[in-house]
Design a protein around this ligand. Sequence first.
Ligand code: ADP
Length: 164
Amino acid sequence: MIAVYPGSFDPVTSGHLDIIVRAAKLYDSLIVVVAQNGAKQAAFTAEERVSLLEKSVAAQGLKNVSVACISSGLLVDYTDNLGAGVIVRGLRAVSDFEYEFQRALTNRHLRPSIETVFLMTSAEHLFLSSSIVKELARLHGKIDGLVPAAVVDDVRAKFLIPNE
Ligand code: ADP
């Protein structure tokens, strides 16, 4: 079974990577899809987000994970075209639930054959989001541990955080 894990990943966090590692064990193949959400003003370009994900995945030695990018069209169409039957999403707190529920039901309405599967966050990533990482980085706060080790330097460079 092929699964897709879509998101903004602006940038990838340790919480995202945790979901990727766990989902990769559940499916034969996992395709992480960087979605270019027009409504969200991204700090990183789509190419940068893909590259950070690729580095993070490579550092984990995950052979069945690849990274792609979707710039237009419906996620369910994209998922279908890849021959995937599952959309993976991560859930943190109750605050994620309503949004995720709405998306999952909309996607099911559009394509009943595709299941959305939720993986619960690990406790240490409960409060971690790309937004928090960006907020911290803009203030030159310490982001070690919040983003995958393989990309800490890239994220620091983006926000011009000087080396310690
Ligand atoms: P989107 O903009 O589509 O919500 P994100 O990049 O913010 O994309 O998140 C992608 C997915 O990863 C979402 O399902 C989100 O709930 C999940 N996610 C984000 N941060 C974490 C985390 N710390 N732990 C578990 N799942 C997470």
